[in-house]
Each structure stands twice: as structure tokens, then as C-alpha cells.
Design a protein around this ligand. Structure first.
Ligand SMILES: [Zn+2]
Length: 111
């Protein structure tokens, strides 16, 4: 009986932890190695550099507080930029992102 209670308490704590908003990433989001390549400080993966587009200043899309809180945990997702030009994304920019940050962000948003 005591073991069952302990197991249920442990299971509940794991479930609550997995649903919780992740902590905002603290510290420098990226670092550069001796060869000049940039890496994600969280995932230690090389950042992918692309030519993309930023939002047009004529469009204002504000993220929800929940999205902002979750996205703060993944320092190099740069999901607010797009690789394809569209009506919303019109300003050419070169940017970098971490695929693991994007994958983790998308996974957490689905939780
Ligand atoms: Zn990352």
C-alpha cells in the first residue's frame, strides 16, 4: 500500500513536470568555436544559417503570453522569421537557428 502511494506520487510529479512551462533559458544563447562556427549553447548543435524574411512592419502579430513563455526556453528557435517570402514576411534577413530548438519548441507547444 505504501509503495503504491509512493508510485502514484512519483507518477503525478512526472506528469505535472512534463506539462509545466519550461524555464526560460538563462545565459548566452550561442557560442563560436575556434573555426568561427556558431553553436547553440543549449543543444551544442551547429546553427543553421539561411536567407529568410522578417515580418513586414505594416503587420503586427503578437504572440500569446503562453507562447512567449515556452519559446523563451529555446534560445535559437528564431521561429518568428520565415524562410519563404509571403505577404506577412517581406523583409530579407540572414539569420541562424538551431533545429533542436525548433523541434523542442514545437514539441512543447503540442503538449
Ligand atoms: Zn538549440
Amino acid at each position: 500500500m505504501k509503495t503504491t502511494h509512493y508510485f502514484l506520487a512519483l507518477l503525478l510529479s512526472v506528469l505535472l513536470t512534463s506539462c509545466a512551462t519550461p524555464q526560460a533559458y538563462q545565459g548566452k544563447p550561442s557560442y563560436t568555436n575556434a573555426q568561427g562556427e556558431k553553436f547553440c549553447s543549449l543543444h551544442r548543435q551547429k546553427l543553421i544559417s539561411v536567407n529568410g524574411f522578417a515580418q513586414s512592419p505594416e503587420v503586427c502579430i503578437l504572440p500569446t503570453d503562453e507562447y512567449t513563455a515556452i519559446a523563451a526556453a529555446f534560445p535559437n528557435h528564431n521561429s518568428d522569421l520565415a524562410e519563404q517570402k509571403s505577404e506577412l514576411y517581406t523583409i530579407p534577413v540572414k539569420y541562424s537557428y538551431c533545429q533542436a530548438c525548433r523541434d523542442d519548441l514545437n514539441k512543447k507547444l503540442k503538449d
